[in-house]
Design a protein around this ligand. Structure first.
Ligand code: NPG
Length: 374
């Protein structure tokens, strides 16, 4: 299928409640929705870069620039047969995995639709439902956190992830563990600590956490290995893993015992699947992370998380946890076993709501084929 045109939309959606992490507080989610058009079929992807370079060096602005000026020109006119090939088409551009992933994932949706199959089936996933949890931002006090967690437990979430940061860690996690002795609880530091903080994590070993996510620097796997050797609780790497090789290096070094897979961070579905396969062969559990996606990104994540090695609950919560009016539908609802149902319609199985998408759009560009020397 010849790729004829690609549309970029920058959108902003207000979050239903502010989300505070060690980076700061977010009240809205800006992101880029990518539509790839070929022979009457449209595939959708979502770029998960944030407004600023906090989680990663990529931002909405850098992703737009990369997509418009470097990545889209390489895909326009390309004869897409297998989405497994897209990474190689874009490979001469270094880095910028989130920008690349938005395009590659749209190509998976496009090919799945053209073949009349679901993305889940095209990716080789098998499950009808995927286990999910909810990520709870930093709150003003341990008791406020317990109240917030209670609301999510009442909603039916069986796994709770607590964001932590220096000064908002041990006392907060201890209070939640005391209130919910049997709930699956994990903590996420988003790189806010150094090895000098090891005693905090050693004390948290007593809290029976499922895992502690990315306590140390995003570009470090050596200190993570040192810390992991001092803990019983498994460490999980997120920000440090950008590729299948990063995952292999971290596992070889003993830097973690669990890996969080986000297709945006590792550049695409294909590499996500490679990391999944590597971990599965080594009996390392993986789970699908989330970046406050709209239903478009959520549908991609749910399809990926239906692969068999995703044995831990993902950060793929129900749509209502994020936005009052999503730009695509139908919404995802939490099933009573703390799962989401994986869409089985063609492609990602959700469709943009054109009025909601138009209302959320702050910038729009249609890039059609043009003759330029690259
Ligand atoms: O449910 O989508 C979700 C949010 C899960 O906590 C979550 N994501 O560090 O993993 C993370 C964090 C995040 C969100 C990071 C947005 C960057 C942007």
């Amino acid at each position: 299928m010849k790729i004829e045109s690609i549309e970029l939309r920058r959108i902003t959606l207000p979050l239903v409640s502010p989300f505070t992490t060690s980076f700061g507080t977010q009240t809205e989610r800006p992101c880029i929705i990518v539509s790839v058009h070929a022979e009457g079929v449209t595939g959708y992807g979502e770029c998960v870069a944030m407004e600023g370079p906090w989680y990663s060096y990529e931002t909405v602005g850098t992703a737009w620039h990369m997509l418009q000026d470097y990545l889209i020109p390489r895909l326009l006119g390309y004869d897409l047969d297998d989405p497994m090939d897209v990474w190689d088409v874009l490979a001469s551009i270094r880095g910028h995995n989130m920008a690349k992933a938005a395009l590659e994932m749209a190509c998976w949706d496009l090919v799945a639709k053209a073949r009349g199959m679901s993305l889940r089936d095209l990716l080789g996933g098998g499950r009808d439902r995927v286990a999910v949890g909810v990520s709870v931002g930093i709150q003003a006090s341990p008791s406020a956190l317990v109240d917030t967690v209670q609301r999510y437990v009442d909603d039916g979430y069986a796994r709770i992830k607590l964001k932590i940061a220096p000064g908002h860690d041990e006392a907060y996690v201890t209070a939640v563990r005391a209130a919910f002795p049997d709930t699956l609880i994990q903590a996420d530091a988003n790189s806010a600590y150094t090895l000098a903080d090891a005693p905090i994590f050693q004390r948290m070993d007593a809290l029976n956490l499922l895992l502690i996510e990315q306590p140390l620097a995003d570009d470090d796997i050596v200190d993570h290995a040192t810390l992991q050797h001092e803990l019983r609780t498994p460490l999980c790497l997120d920000e440090s893993i950008h590729s299948p090789d990063d995952a292999r290096h971290a596992l070889d070094l003993g830097s973690c015992r669990v890996i969080n897979i986000k297709p945006g961070r590792v550049g695409e579905h294909r590499r996500s699947r490679e990391i999944h396969d590597l971990c599965r062969a080594r009996d390392i559990p993986v789970w699908c992370g989330g970046m406050l996606e709209t239903n478009i990104g959520r549908a991609h994540n749910a399809a990926l998380a239906s692969l068999p090695g995703f044995t831990l609950p993902g950060d793929i919560s129900a749509s209502a946890r994020y936005y009052a009016h999503d730009v695509a539908g139908p919404d995802f609802a939490l099933n009573d076993d703390s799962t989401l149902s994986v869409p089985t319609g063609p492609g990602i199985g959700v469709e943009p709501d054109s009025a909601a998408l138009a209302a959320a759009t702050t910038r729009q560009e249609m890039v059609a084929r043009r003759a330029v020397a690259l």
